[in-house]
Ligand binder design. Structure first.
Ligand SMILES: [Zn+2]
Ligand SMILES: [Zn+2]
Length: 693
């Protein structure tokens, strides 16, 4: 080939890049390449004066640029198989549905290290993964102890097996009370998929739960290469695990919500454990629901999806009612263990003592003493960490407000600080009232820290431990505390909702919720659903050992024992609760009978936030797509000011998902220009299918 020869034939590539939002780039960009590259290949491309990682994207350019104006790619990341067409489709759907650009979302779900690697570094990583996989295969497959299935489990599995073979299986809602053996069903279903040579993806709501699940799977599947994917991994671990899944070396992938985007070329089964858990919804950036995307991914790849829960989300429950999901039930606890008896303790029966709010009522203390005497463990659940939610001066009514937020700073007695749980602003507790100098400032209300202290005072000699976000900040602390509980070194465990999830406490026979009423009267229509799930889950911690199940008890202190939620809880009747909630939702036109999006605005002043949302609403109103949809007036968020930023939101409601999507598609692209006209506005965002209103 002489120097004068023309340029070699150039292939036209569409490349998805993570372009900054202000660039106005919404879709993949066109580039030239000397070699034709398969969609899903990773490439380096120039953008302006920068050099970016991009993904060759499937499909034709909608609006092709004149090839003479195009720039060539800088290189391809060789040695890495391309991301699959299914993966690209999943990302394209997710980006469209949650109103992000495909490049932004697709690049953001890849391991950060992958985006920075040079070709030679990648080769090294790939070699390491191959070595790791070879080592995994050498682990001797010990004979695991496999429990005998209950008739209900066997029945559920037979149906699941039939689904594994179906050409396009519907999602399965595995509705099983706590302790009914859902995990065993996951294990068996996984075993069958693995035997068929497929990969299995298991999602859990919290990182805390992954070690426990990993142990269960490792015990059953020695020799099966397993990786986890969650935000607690180091960047190097995350890349290694991602590569192992992408290369098909890792057969089992366990992870939190971000793992729903794991590249798994031989995917054969997806399990979403505790599918109702709000942690599956991402709360910033692309506000996606990993549960909903798992269902979509199953549909796309035609693989079974198991959504497991003792208290399914009302969305999933309703879809099962409609026959869109197949409902399989495990109605009984394994080994004949009974659900704990629920005792609704009516706070109105207490003698009224002036100014005293008793969480530790005398009958509750008696019940705790009884358990201690029998050598059993108790769990007390209070969804508020810290010592007390407010510090208060009785002289001048000063309260420990956060100067930057419309919220109180919480008193943490352990380190004598006032801490804002919204912006993090922390100060030493003042010696005297900052407003009037009164020395007698007192805590108002109660958090887990104070409850722990009061328990220790009321029950001398009792071994009280606390598990919440404060007591488990350091690595390994949670594990150490859980081990102490398992070893029987704790009589009473106090904690936030952290202790209600998943942990398999064998010696707990008594669970108490001391102050759960607030959720009954929340402005958030999902609050009762969450409270019910939380209480059922907390109650499920008790009596997991069949021997102790008979005398297990759940104690709920309430001022409203006649409330329908507590009535249903009393009978462990999720179905009755779901039916009553769904009836309420239907008459109020709330999800799952309608579809919502929230437009949020943040500004230095509430006026600026409101002005932007009002203008956005006016813009929407003149679009034909807004016909028949409801756009509510802007309102401040429940905590309106955080770190000196005023936050408002505006609800959009539609009868049909498609109608909502059409409006968002025509409306949101205009908001960038609108933002430029509203100088006081800091940022705006949209939340499709918001979980918290
Ligand atoms: Zn004062
Ligand atoms: Zn604050």
């Amino acid at each position: 080939m002489s120097d004068a020869s023309p340029m070699p034939a150039q292939a036209l590539l569409r490349v998805a890049v993570d372009a900054p939002q202000h660039s106005g780039i919404t879709g993949p960009l066109d580039y030239l390449s000397e070699q034709a590259l398969a969609p899903g290949s990773l490439v380096r491309v120039p953008l302006g004066r920068r050099e970016l990682m991009g993904i060759v994207w499937p499909g034709e350019s909608a609006d092709p640029t004149d090839p003479a104006l195009l720039r060539p790619i800088l290189g391809a990341l060789g040695g890495l198989p391309p991301l699959s067409p299914h993966w690209c489709q999943l990302l394209e759907f997710a980006a469209g549905y949650y109103q992000r650009t495909v490049g932004e979302l697709a690049l953001s779900v890849l391991p950060p290290q992958l985006r920075e690697l040079e070709g030679s570094q990648l080769q090294l990583r790939l070699k390491k993964v191959a070595k790791w996989a070879a080592e995994q295969a050498k682990v001797p497959a010990a004979e695991p102890s496999v429990p005998t299935l209950s008739p209900a489990q066997a029945e559920v599995l037979a149906q699941l097996d039939a689904l594994l073979l179906a050409p396009a299986p519907p999602p399965v809602l595995l509705y099983g009370v706590t302790g009914s053996g859902k995990t065993e069903v996951y294990l068996r279903a996984a075993e069958h998929a693995l035997k068929a040579g497929r990969q299995v993806l298991v999602l859990v709501p919290e990182i805390n739960l992954t070690p426990q699940l990993e142990a269960r799977f490792a015990e059953r599947f020695a020799g099966v290469a397993t990786v986890s994917l969650h935000s607690g991994l180091t960047p190097a671990q995350r890349l290694r695990n991602w590569l192992a899944a992408h290369l098909g070396e890792a057969k089992l992938v366990l992870g939190t919500r971000l793992a729903v985007f794991a590249s798994m070329p031989q995917l054969g089964l997806i399990v979403v454990d505790e599918e109702h858990d709000p942690s599956y919804k991402q709360q910033d950036g692309a506000r996606y629901s990993a549960r909903d995307l798992a269902v979509y991914r199953g549909h796309l790849e035609k693989v079974p999806v198991i959504l497991g829960s003792a208290t399914p989300s009302l969305e999933s429950w309703q879809r099962a009612n409609e026959g869109r999901y197949q409902r399989l039930a495990l109605p009984e606890r394994i080994g004949g263990g009974a659900m704990p008896r629920v005792r609704l303790f009516d706070m109105k029966t207490l003698p009224l003592t002036k100014g005293v709010t008793t969480a530790l009522t005398a009958p509750l203390l008696d019940a705790l003493r009884l358990r201690i005497a029998r050598g059993e463990q108790s769990l007390i659940f209070l969804n508020r960490r810290g010592y007390s939610p407010v510090l208060h001066c009785g002289e001048c009514q000063w309260k420990s407000e956060c100067p930057h937020c419309s919220a109180y700073r919480v008193f943490h007695k352990g380190d004598r600080t006032l801490r804002c749980h919204h912006c993090g602003f922390t100060e030493r507790v003042p010696h005297a009232c900052p407003s009037c100098g009164n020395l007698d400032i007192a805590p108002l209300g109660r958090g887990t820290e104070r409850l722990e202290e009061q328990l220790a005072e009321a029950l001398p000699g009792a071994r009280v431990a606390r598990i919440d976000a404060d007591s488990t900040k350091l690595k390994g602390e949670l594990e150490a505390q859980l081990n102490a509980v398992h070893a029987g070194e704790v009589d009473i465990l106090v904690g936030t909702q952290m202790i209600t999830k998943g942990h398999d406490f064998r010696r707990i026979t008594f669970v108490a919720a001391v102050n759960p009423d607030a959720a009954l009267f929340s402005s958030d229509f999902r609050a009762p659903e969450r409270l019910f799930a939380l209480l059922m889950q907390a109650g499920g911690r008790a009596g997991r050992d069949a021997e102790q199940a008979a005398r297990s008890e759940m104690w709920v202190q309430t001022w409203h024992p006649e409330h329908a939620l507590y009535k249903a809880l009393h009978k462990h009747d999720f179905e009755a609760f779901a039916a009553s909630q769904l009836a309420e939702r239907e008459s109020a036109g709330l999800p799952p009978y309608s579809h919502l999006a929230l437009l949020r605005a943040e500004a230095r002043t509430p006026e600026a936030a409101k002005a932007f949302l009002d203008a956005a609403a006016r813009w929407a109103q003149q679009l034909p797509e807004a016909q028949g949809l409801l756009i509510y007036p802007p309102v401040p968020m429940s905590v309106a000011r955080v770190a000196n930023v005023e936050r408002m939101q505006m609800l959009v409601e539609a009868g049909h998902r498609g109608a909502l999507q059409r409006l968002l598609w025509h409306w949101l692209p205009e908001l960038g220009a609108l933002k430029r006209e509203h100088k006081g506005l800091l940022r705006w965002a949209v939340d499709v299918d918001p979980l918290a209103i």
